[in-house]
Design a protein around this ligand. Sequence first.
Ligand SMILES: O=C(O)c1cccc(C(=O)CC[C@H]2O[C@@H](n3cnc4c(=O)[nH]cnc43)[C@H](O)[C@@H]2O)c1
Length: 230
Amino acid sequence: MDREHRPQKQEEKERRVLVVTSVDTERDAILRGMGEMGDKNQVEVHTAGVGVARATAATALALSAASYDLVVSAGIAGGFPGQAEVGSLVLASEIVAADLGAETAEGFCRLDELGLGPVCIHMDASLVKRLESSLRLRGLDVKTGPILTVSTVTGSKETADELAVRIPGAAAEGMEGFGVATAAQLKGIPVLEMRAVSNFVGPRNRSAWRIDKALEVLEKASGGLMEVII
Ligand SMILES: O=C(O)c1cccc(C(=O)CC[C@H]2O[C@@H](n3cnc4c(=O)[nH]cnc43)[C@H](O)[C@@H]2O)c1
């Protein structure tokens, strides 16, 4: 049967997906959530390490070693107050390298404003919408909005407020998304970012991070992810 007349379902079954996390506990939560669907040789979950450098390098290496149709950056995150609650799940509408730029006398200047390269990667809105619906059906509190990639975890209200003003609608921050997305984009592969909120972005209070809760949410979300993308 030629490609044009092949049933849609068959094409969907052929998809291969690379999921990139920063630490093993995130990877394990995702593998638990995928259950049997993760054993189909269609999904690989890699731990890359923390930060954008490791995320970019690990994603690029994985993409040069095998062929994939979709890349997902997944893990836990800080949620912006008023946008994403602790225990909620954030899907990126866009991934923003929030601190990639220069300090100037007038304030922060983005890399793209300096003419030196992009700082924002947009997701496929229809894919994000389908995933959002599937995750809501699983009872998750889901929010779609910009997810920021930062090199330093925000630790003050001043920085949190500044980021929220600079990136309207900023929903969450993590430390890897822009690296994963850049490696995928350079290969022409679609990318998603999915993060469960463990803490609020703001004054540092590590003891208040609800990592176990966020990992539970990540586990639950992984089942929904498989349902939509495989
Ligand atoms: O200690 C643990 O058990 C544990 C389990 C899972 C993950 C961790 C991490 O510390 C992961 C660090 C990872 O989390 C992202 N993250 C989480 N909150 C924030 C934030 O407020 N700002 C920026 N990044 C955040 C980040 O992507 C790190 O890679 C520990």
